[in-house]
Design a protein around this ligand. Sequence first.
Ligand code: HEM
Length: 229
Amino acid sequence: MSGFVSSSIGKKFFMSITGLFLVMFLLVHLTANLALLLGPDAFNIVSHFMGTNPIIQVMQPLLALGFIVHIIYASILTLQNQKARGSESYNKTVNSHQSSWASKNMYILGSMILAFLVLHIFNFFWKIKVTGSPLLNEVNVDGEMMENAYALVAGLFTDASLGVVYSIVYMLGAIALGFHLTHGFWSAFQTIGMSNDKWRKRWTVVGYLFAFAVGGGFAIIPIFLMLFA
Ligand code: HEM
């Protein structure tokens, strides 16, 4: 077992499993965030549910672990590939014709997403869970008191001095994530053995649709809030 974990295919396997786990997180996170488009009450109810539901509270540390494993293994594999490539200039030329731009830049795209995530965690998660913010002052929604998470999120994108900058950074983060998924999605299914010639085409199409929905879905939120909040 320890041989598999440290082998190249073992590392790719763990990257794929954690990647697919993160795909599920993105689906839930995007769905919850799209409630922002329905107005303050809808988003505050969803946010309150996410912040108090016991299953979500267990999933949160697991998610953090998934991100860490994904990043560590991606870094190790990239370094190994770079070393191996020095002696394989022929393969590099052949592959460069077959692979997409995203597949050749997965590590750079991943690093952009990580940089975005650090800022993002500080913007919302850190304020909700650790420091608090005057914007979060409790509101009454249908008779129940809850944190005003809508004011915190909308406040960031409509801020008089930095709102536009944050909106652009969030859109770039969403676009990088979309490109990362165009390759990562089908590649994960391939690595875990759930793909063949026929299914590879199908996973690629599903992957592109998912990437477009996730990238586009996250990107429209700052635009919508800048225009209508
Ligand atoms: C416009 C886009 C986005 C908005 C409005 C948004 C909103 C939020 C909010 C309000 C929280 C805090 C939740 C809480 O602690 O109660 C949060 C946490 C988080 N977000 Fe986002 N998010 C966006 C995009 C993204 C993207 C693209 C990613 C991944 C690449 C992401 C990953 C995370 C993670 C890992 C957390 C911490 C775990 C959690 O609280 O669920 N978010 N986000």
